[in-house]
Design a protein around this ligand. Sequence first.
Ligand code: HEC
Ligand code: HEC
Length: 187
Amino acid sequence: MAFFMCALGSVPSLAAPDAVAGKAKAQLCAACHGENGVSALLGFPHLAAQPQLSIFYQLLQFRDQRRKGGGMEGIAATLSEQDMRDLAAHYASLPPPPPVAGGDAAKIARGQQIAQQQYCSSCHGAQLQGQKHVPRLAGQSSEYFVQQLRHLRSGARADMDGTMASAARSLTDEEIEAMAVYTRSLP
Ligand code: HEC
Ligand code: HEC
């Protein structure tokens, strides 16, 4: 315990997150996540307007190899925690991805109904805008949404505290696809 306290005491104090510094550091990320945090690549996640803590925690999970995918483990390994905080502050400050309107109205309605029945908003926020460490779903790429939810359901993506895995466990592919069409339509 004494050793633990000592070790904690020796952690260098971090400067406050700096969105301006984060913007410069985000040059590394733009090819895949877009200049404004809205990716032009199919199935790549939008980062714009994601909660700061969520981005930071996901980067830590990639760095520690607890989450893998898209080469992000290698990229996160090159970042300091200060870099991660600055990047998170930058992306969190950007305007959200534009909602994808249109599509199958019946599917959107079905997706909304399932999301309500499953209480997705109890963690992801009333408008599914994300909060604290919980990611934003509104406006997210539907291909990315489907892939991640399948991985969370199967355990291929381990989540930090298991709450999301249990939320995903009982969902069918059809339900996941309907919710993806619904969430991408949200502003
Ligand atoms: C070569 C392309 C590429 C580059 C460069 C890249 N990323 Fe990623 N990133 C991805 C892909 C693909 C994923 C989805 C990974 C998966 O399938 O789980 C991802 C996922 C993420 C996530 C998780 C998003 C979520 O909603 O959970 C964060 C946060 C992230 N990247 C931040 C960054 C930051 C910050 C940088 C720059 C330092 C960066 N990425 C550079 C391709 C890239
Ligand atoms: C008990 C809280 C909770 C509930 C309820 C919940 N989630 Fe989550 N969700 C989370 C957390 C926390 C994460 C981040 C997981 C991680 O990587 O550790 C997450 C991650 C996700 C992701 C991945 C997003 C990304 O950017 O990578 C999707 C998609 C998702 N949730 C969809 C849903 C849907 C759809 C529902 C309703 C069926 C739902 N969640 C219900 C807490 C919850």
